[in-house]
Write a protein that binds this ligand. Sequence first.
Ligand code: PDD
Length: 290
Amino acid sequence: MEKYILWNGDILTKEEKDSFVSFEDRGYQFGDGVYEVIRLYKGMAHLLGPHLERLFRSMKELEIVSPFTKEQLIDQLEKLIAKNHFDEDGNLYIQVTRGIQPRNHVYERDLTAVYFAKIDQFPKPLDLMQNGVHVTVMEDIRWLRCDIKSLNLLPNVMAKASAQRKGCYEPLFVRDDIVRECGSANFFLIKDGVLITHPANNLILNGITRMHVLQLAKELTIPVEEREIAREELYTADECFLTATPIEIVPITAIDDHIVNGGEVGEITRKLQAAYEQSLTEWKHEVGLV
Ligand code: PDD
């Protein structure tokens, strides 16, 4: 982790801040808060607008009073990146908890939210992106507001740990025999040239990468369907992949014992990966990174 963090508007060293996380913080006691993970390429935040929009939406849905305006947060994040002299590839983590109050399930309406942001170095995971990963199907036991990027991640945490013990990179959540998403990524399937993914409703997180990939597919004139995917469709899919901010597009080469596309990364997945890379190159030019 980089040396400086953003803590309630101040930029502090990690050591300075470690001494005052309140035990009465509702995030600490109830997981009562929200977060975002934003990709930094050469120290520049990618798709910052959509990430902040989702952060504000998550806060609104949970009635958390935002401790900053969008402009204030952007200004503070820029200062955080500058103070760390961070110019590599990394992840910017922002967390906002509802605030501090003597433990009570019922929250006070006028609490001052507590927030911090930190930067972790994270190079592109080229091995995963090029060779793909295995996933394992698991029952989705999460709540019914998966569209909120809440700190309450215990079902995801337990499922990911269990998946990793089976040698899989991600759990693939199924609810009511419908494939929803992964533990910390969205899921896409390709059949007969059509790109299919779950609709953006309360049962998945509407990933920023998901939306970007759908846009790229449109530009490539790849037909897209946002619809429910029955579990059985997994076993006749031509290609599958997952998307998330830190890992972009990662092919899936096996679902439990079922091998996808002979274990090879599929053609449309590769096309979308290339389009993603191309869009990054264009963006880097736009923002003056190259
Ligand atoms: N997770 N679905 C879930 C459940 C997620 O947790 C994530 C991201 C995504 C992908 O969203 P995006 O494309 O906006 O990153 C989908 C982050 C990376 C995390 O929890 O660390």
